[in-house]
Design a protein around this ligand. Structure first.
Ligand SMILES: CC(C)(COP(=O)(O)OP(=O)(O)OC[C@H]1O[C@@H](n2cnc3c(N)ncnc32)[C@H](O)[C@@H]1OP(=O)(O)O)[C@@H](O)C(=O)NCCC(=O)NCCS
Length: 208
């Protein structure tokens, strides 16, 4: 079977997945932002930083948080994580934040990203931050009912790296859900129970 036709599956990650998730995270960052960020974001220190992020995520059962990873051909190829707002907005524009969703480039378009988003957020109102220069991710979010709300921020360390906020309001959720045109169900199915308890501790120096 060609990789392009391989099925994917989702599961809840466990403590043993820290290393593979950190590696997929850094690889996805390189694939996505290599032309926008310096090399230090993709090297050994970045990998160590991501190990720390994933240790925290997988060791705390944060309240209302959901984390899922995608596998294809026996390999971890992506992940998504959502929970109670951790960004310093006061007040946050929605009760849930999508902290991260990453799928390795070779697997874009296979449906796993949609399945992961459905697994961690469903059609609930939520918000997220997306790089200003990331047209594919923005199209994916627009398709899922998120809209730009005009709020932007620059990265502390790389001021030219801008992020834009996107929000899905209750109205958007109901409209997209009702018409069934924006929420595309993917072929894969999430398996396992999602953790639900203790707050996501994702504040750090780097964007997710
Ligand atoms: C964002 C991401 C999870 C989406 O997963 P995916 O499998 O690529 O998503 P899909 O293929 O289902 O949808 C991509 C959409 O972008 C569109 N698209 C692709 N390239 C595009 C481009 N250069 N400009 C605009 N739209 C583009 C596709 O046509 C599709 O939209 P459509 O279904 O309305 O036609 C995945 O691309 C990814 O992990 N990217 C790298 C990491 C990243 O950017 N994460 C988000 C950080 S905020």
């Amino acid at each position: 079977m060609r990789t392009a036709d391989a099925p994917f599956s989702l599961r809840v990650p466990h403590a043993d997945d820290v290393e593979v998730l950190a590696r997929v995270h850094v690889q996805a960052w390189r694939e996505t932002y290599a032309d926008q960020l310096p090399e230090e974001f993709f090297g050994e220190s970045a990998l160590e930083f991501r190990r720390g992020v994933w240790r925290r995520v997988l060791s705390h059962a944060a309240p209302a948080s959901r984390t899922v990873l995608a596998e294809r051909g026996g390999q971890v190829v992506g992940f998504a994580h959502a929970g109670l707002p951790a960004s310093p907005e006061q007040p946050p524009p929605a009760d849930r934040e999508l902290f991260m969703i990453y799928l390795l480039e070779a697997h874009h378009g296979c449906g796993a990203a949609q399945a992961m988003l459905d697994a961690v957020l469903g059609v609930e109102p939520a918000f997220l931050w997306v790089a200003a220069i990331n047209p594919r991710a923005q199209a994916f979010y627009l398709r899922n009912g998120f809209e730009f709300d005009g709020i932007e921020k620059a990265d502390d360390r790389v001021p030219t790296f801008m992020e834009r906020r996107m929000v899905r309001t209750p109205d958007d959720s109901q409209r997209h859900n009702h018409h069934g045109r924006m929420i595309r169900r993917a072929a894969g199915a999430a398996t396992g129970a999602f953790p639900s308890d203790a707050r996501a501790e994702l504040r750090n120096d780097w964007p997710e």
